[in-house]
Ligand binder design. Sequence first.
Ligand code: UDP
Ligand code: MG
Length: 139
Amino acid sequence: MATNKTFTMLKPDAVENGHVGNIIQMITDAGFKIKAMKYTRLSEDQAKKFYDVHAERPFYGELVEYMTSGPIFAAILEKENAVTDFRTLIGATDPSDAEEGTIRKAYAESKAKNAVHGSDSDENAQIEGEFHFSASEIF
Ligand code: UDP
Ligand code: MG
């Protein structure tokens, strides 16, 4: 059954390049409500665990290195059809394939440094949200 929450991270390149304010504006303009948010930096163990599904992919090592290279914003977002609508808002993994008007089209540097994470299913949205937030941090 579809839920109304998704999980996002504004990745190190978005923070480093000063795009966080504009990205949050795009997210709230699209109708998402912020249920939880924190500014944090992933440890190597956390990044490895978060991206464990990609452990066998050739880009895994670089992905972990990049995701631990600087601070991120992690957030739980709420909206009807949150997972699907947020994937539409962020656009394709590779910004050169992303539609006009998407966050990655506007702000991603490359396929690896692509500004923003979005959960790919309701199940993963819940797992990823719980990975980063305790119940008392969700509003
Ligand atoms: N990634 C990469 N090279 C690739 C594919 C993915 O560096 O060829 C990175 C990129 O940062 C991406 C993340 O790994 O966002 C997770 O990949 P996934 O296929 O889940 O893409 P997403 O769901 O983020 O669009
Ligand atoms: Mg993914």
